[in-house]
Design a protein around this ligand. Structure first.
Ligand code: FRU
Length: 541
């Protein structure tokens, strides 16, 4: 009896609805991590539009938003199955709640892309088209934690300054929109083109509790609005693999075979599929030993276009080098690593013009933005290259040259002792965003490095051959000198060693009691070169 009353009471308190005639661009929604996720649905004229989970609260910790431009003049019916108290706080405005401090919040990355509100993980659909670099990304618009996967969207003219656009892909009855890629169908192979406008086609994974299937959507307006393909899914391989884990299609045009190639992670590795029209796919081969977020790309070795190799790449950043004939990847060496730390699920850009010729990659930066209405970020775009080393052919990664356009007030010094270098660093503001380029020469085969407020940004131990606990042996194994490029943002640090032969990224976490700022440390290292530049914010001030 008691539980019946309780059930009755619970039902009486929970659930509510609301009609809003849309007259402004945004609906601002109050949320708090302290309350449970409950389901919210929008419908317009009786037609279901979207469903998601949200921690709606009448005592908001922060606000999230929905872009309602598509519904101006219409009445949206909102159904909510949680505590209805928060419903009355929802309001419309032409600005998002908190717009006044947008991009100037305490823990907002100033050199890296992060979404205005909510969570982001993997970069998706990186492509250059009509003078814009497109960055789609795994996005939860309604909360600063993972969930409700949508494709967020941002564009840039220079890979550095980003403009966030409305959400590109929404979850539907097939599930959440997991990672994938984008191509431009110049030859209209899928038949989605309109007149002379080629379709931008997204190939993504729809994730439901039962299965993960591969789907298409296309856009005829440079990624601003999208239509899902009516005959989705185009691949459903759960039964073949006896596994739900079939996801993250990366598609590219393979010019020699005039075919589309898809690399898809299936259970225990990356599969290759072929298609002539993006709709019908044939399984060709499989390489075991990879998990999630495949990439496969060709690069010249030492810049020689007549000597190329293919790189088969996994979510963690480990890779194999080999040959690829359009159907099968044949490994020649691997696995190797070139980067570690916060990076995950990196992807390379498609359709970078031949006149540019770079292979440009962006990785998800697993860097938390503590207590902010947004969380996580993208790492800096880097240029990948293959070079011959003492160990064989290896991947190198360096920040794209465009990053240098952010630097100002640079100071350069040569041939410093450790004390001299430390006095050069003394006046630097601890919270500044900086690019530091330096060379450090050790005097003993022990460890030396650079720290910031007690956190070891660089810790090179020549005895154990470790940089920040990861094995590193320079090209000349007798060398006592490292070259270092460090890019320091509000919440993150990215470090590139010896012209990109190894790099790493990490959360910036000063020790609580240290205000010692930047210091070189170790047994009398020499500093043959030091350059310190402050970095301008990528966000308009
Ligand atoms: C990698 C990943 C992908 C998946 C996506 C979901 O971080 O797990 O495999 O598509 O995130 O957000």
């Amino acid at each position: 009896m008691f539980s019946l009353i309780l059930l009755f009471c619970t039902n009486a308190v929970y659930g509510g609805d609301l009609n809003i005639e849309i007259s402004k661009r945004y609906l601002n929604l109050p949320v708090s991590q302290k309350v449970e996720q409950k389901q919210m649905s929008f419908s317009v004229n009786g037609c279901h539009d979207r469903t998601f989970v949200i921690r709606l609260s009448a005592e908001p910790e922060y606000w999230v938003f929905c872009d309602m431009s598509a519904y101006l003049g219409k009445t949206v019916h909102i159904d909510f199955d949680g505590d209805p108290a928060g419903l009355s706080k929802i309001y419309q405005d032409d600005r998002i709640a908190g717009a006044d401090s947008l991009y100037r919040e305490t823990n907002r990355p100033q050199l890296h892309f992060s979404s205005r509100r909510g969570w982001n993980n993997d970069p998706n659909g990186l492509i250059f088209y009509e003078n814009e670099y497109h960055l789609f990304y795994q996005h939860n618009p309604y909360e600063r934690e993972w969930g409700n996967m949508h494709w967020g969207h941002a564009v840039s003219k220079d890979l550095i300054h980003w403009e966030e656009l409305p959400v590109a892909l929404y979850p539907d009855k097939s599930g959440a929109v997991f990672s994938g890629s984008v191509v431009i169908d110049y030859d209209n192979t899928a038949g989605f083109n309109a007149g002379k406008t080629p379709a931008m086609v997204a190939i993504y994974t729809a994730d439901s509790p039962e299965r993960q299937v591969q789907c298409l959507a296309y856009s005829l307006d440079k990624g601003r609005t999208w239509t899902k393909y009516t005959n989705n899914p185009v691949i459903d391989s759960k039964e073949k693999w006896n596994s739900k884990d079939t996801r993250d299609p990366k598609v590219f045009r393979h010019t020699p075979s005039k075919n589309w190639v898809m690399v898809l992670n299936e259970r225990d590795g990356h599969s290759i599929y072929n298609s002539s029209d993006l709709k019908s796919w044939t399984f060709e081969s499989h390489v075991t030993g990879f998990w999630e977020c495949p990439d496969l790309f060709e690069l010249p070795v030492n810049g020689d276009p007549d000597n190329t190799r293919w790189v088969m790449y996994g979510a963690s950043g480990t890779y194999m080098i080999g040959q690829f004939d359009g159907k099968k990847f044949t490994p020649e060496s691997g696995k190797h690593y070139y980067t570690t730390g916060a990076i995950y699920a990196a992807q390379t850009f498609t359709d970078i013009p031949a006149s540019d010729g770079r292979k440009i990659q962006i990785g998800w930066g697993r860097i938390s933005s503590n207590n902010m209405p947004f969380n996580m970020m993208m790492l800096l775009p880097t240029e990948l290259s293959l070079r011959t080393t003492k160990n064989g052919i290896r991947l190198f990664s360096n920040p794209v040259k465009e990053i240098d356009s952010l630097s100002e007030n640079c100071h350069t010094w040569n041939n410093l002792t450790v004390d001299e270098a430390n006095s050069c660093l003394e006046s630097i503001e601890h919270s500044a965003c900086l690019q530091i380029k330096t060379r450090i020469k050790l005097s003993h085969a022990t460890s030396a490095g650079i720290s910031l407020d007690g956190q070891h940004l660089l810790d090179y131990d020549v005895n154990f051959n470790l940089i920040n606990r990861v094995f590193y042996s320079p090209e000349d194994p007798t060398s006592m000198e490292l070259s270092v490029v460090m890019i320091i943002d509000k919440t993150s640090v990215e470090v590139f060693i010896d012209d990109g032969s190894y790099s790493y990224s990490m959360q910036r976490s000063p020790s609580k009691n240290s205000r010692e700022g930047f210091v070189f440390w170790g047994n009398n290292p020499e500093i043959p070169f030091l350059e310190v530049c402050t970095m301008k914010s990528i966000w308009a001030q």
